[in-house]
Design a protein around this ligand. Structure first.
Ligand SMILES: [Zn+2]
Length: 149
């Protein structure tokens, strides 16, 4: 850390000295050249640093969004079996044992994935109404009246 800082200051002074030599070559006071070189370097470094920070923040946000997206595909809302009953959203994988650490009790919790099956059926409500013939209605009415008598 200190080594890096010393190197950066030395580099700053070295480049500023080059600026002052350049200015001196054209007949300008080399202190002014040194000052201009230093200010320009600090400005350039600051701009570069700001751009780099923004780029890294953007990249991290993008990675986090991808991670959240992955979690939504393979994640579960679970509740820790401890007395605090802390709910959490954790990623799960179907091909391995799944564990997570409870954020309240700090214990490792195992997730047991169970599986249920069901036969898929066609919906009972159809868009087409069943056609009932008038003859069938008459037969049903006769049966009903015979049953009453
Ligand atoms: Zn817990």
């Amino acid at each position: 850390m200190l080594k890096k800082l010393v190197f950066q200051v030395l580099a700053l002074f070295a480049i500023s000295t080059l600026f002052s030599a350049f200015f001196h070559y054209f007949g300008v006071n080399y202190f002014i050249g040194f000052l201009v070189g230093t200010v320009l370097q600090i400005f350039a470094f600051s701009t570069f640093n700001t751009a780099l920070t923004a780029y890294v923040a953007l990249k991290n946000k993008k990675l986090e969004n991808e991670r959240i997206k992955e979690f939504s595909y393979q994640g579960l809302d679970v509740v820790c079996p401890c007395y605090k009953k802390v709910a959490d959203f954790v990623p799960v994988k179907l091909n391995t044992q799944n564990y997570y650490k409870c954020k309240e009790c700090n214990k490792t919790v195992s997730i047991q994935l169970t599986c249920d099956t069901a036969i898929t059926t066609e919906p009972i409500i159809s868009t087409e109404l069943p056609i009932v013939s008038e003859e069938l209605i008459k037969q049903l009415q006769e049966r009903a009246s015979n049953a009453n008598t």
